[in-house]
Design a protein around this ligand. Structure first.
Ligand code: TPP
Length: 364
């Protein structure tokens, strides 16, 4: 499906604005939305937030379109049930079908991939799996419009992996002078003690940690976007003699920014929270996040982290790592990085259970 045609068809059916959290299935769609000044478009920090925003547009009499990965559908369920379905507010949901049964995909999509159609049905959200071609789209749109008229609640289009063309990765905003994340990850793993724990988030920080470094205490959290700082807090509280490094992404941190307040409240004296901020959802196609307007060190300070450091070069990072034992913790380190990862970065071959077993046997 041509993304420009798709957007025009929805707009002709009075559907607008577009908003959501990226999935690589929507790279081409989001590129077109970003490039077209006529399309009203909002990039959100979580799918739950997107549903709230959609509720506001619906109250103003509009028919918003919310795109999300099916992994993110979980975040949307709460407002879907107690906002859209309670107040009867319409929205067209575009949900990517990662982990569609029978197709190869990353393991974190398996459960939601098979559950999605049934979940929508249980929630009484009518759905269409979109078939290719503009006639199929027109028919689905007519059904959705009729549903909005009759019931005034959300309608879901399930979007298969290859529905839109692959789409070019969005070229990052000017990041000249900045180093890529992997330069910093390598330095951190070198500096970490043998007994320390290093956690990598959904997105490229976890994948690079897993693929390009060796440390017995490393762990890549593949899914559950935004949950890594909380998982790190649990480990840090249970393993007080080890230093625990959380390698975060700006998209992931923004998704659950409340974790900063929780960590700042409990103040684990062994946690180092490193944010690799490329101002993008790089691993889903480089779509911009809203992080450019957020001063993360100030937020961490206000949430109770006793120390925050801003880093913009690997040598600065190295100096900081050398002085780490004497620094107050939880320590927040904001590293501004540029987008870019080695070509062909594979997904890990180990299963999730294997990664769990490795970390647990290291800890015991
Ligand atoms: C709840 C949820 N929503 C969306 C996704 C899809 N997704 C996977 S990685 C990612 C981008 C992560 O961005 P960031 O944390 O900045 O890391 P980067 O990709 O830049 O390394 C997104 C949106 C997901 N896995 N889970």
């Amino acid at each position: 499906m041509d993304a420009a045609h798709f957007i025009r068809s929805l707009q002709s059916a009075s559907l607008s604005p577009f908003l959501g959290v990226p999935c690589s299935v929507f790279t081409d769609l989001i590129n077109r939305l970003g490039a077209d000044a006529q399309s009203e478009h909002y990039i959100c920090t979580s799918e739950g937030e997107a549903m709230g925003l959609a509720g506001g547009f619906a109250l103003a009499g509009r028919l918003p379109v919310v795109y999300m990965q099916n992994d993110g559908f979980g975040n949307a369920v709460n407002p879907l049930t107690s906002l859209q379905l309670l107040y009867r507010l319409p929205a067209l949901l575009l949900i990517s079908w990662r982990g569609e049964p029978g197709l190869k995909d990353a393991p974190q999509h398996r459960v939601m991939g098979s559950a999605l159609p049934g979940l929508l049905e249980r929630l009484q959200v009518p759905q269409r799996i979109l078939e290719d071609g503009s006639e199929a789209l027109d028919r689905a749109l007519a059904t959705a419009r009729e549903h909005f008229r009759a019931a005034s609640t959300p309608f879901a289009f399930i979007i298969r992996k290859n529905y839109f063309a692959a789409g070019e990765k969005i070229a990052a905003a000017d990041a000249s002078g900045l180093s890529p994340r992997l330069d910093y990850i390598r330095l951190l793993v070198e500096a970490a003690g043998h007994d320390d724990i290093i956690l990598g988030a959904t997105g490229f920080s976890g994948r690079e940690l897993q693929q390009y470094t060796e440390h017995r205490g490393r762990f890549y959290m593949m899914g559950s976007m935004g949950c890594l700082p909380a998982l790190g807090l649990g480990l840090a509280c249970s393993q007080p003699r080890r230093t625990l490094f959380v390698l975060d992404g700006d998209g992931a941190l923004l998704m659950k920014l409340g974790s900063l307040a929780t960590i700042g409240h409990y103040r684990p004296a062994n946690l180092v929270h490193v944010l690799f901020d490329n101002q993008a959802y790089e691993s889903t196609g480089g779509q911009p996040t809203v992080s450019g307007g957020t001063d993360f060190c100030s937020v961490a300070r206000a949430c109770g982290y006793p120390l925050q450091e801003k880093v913009s070069s690997p040598s600065q990072f190295q100096t900081l790592l050398a002085a780490l034992p004497g620094k107050a913790k939880p320590l927040f380190i904001h590293v501004r990085v540029r987008c870019g990862t080695p070509a062909g970065l594979p997904r890990p071959e180990q299963s999730a259970e294997h990664m769990r077993d490795e970390l647990m046997s290291f800890l015991s």
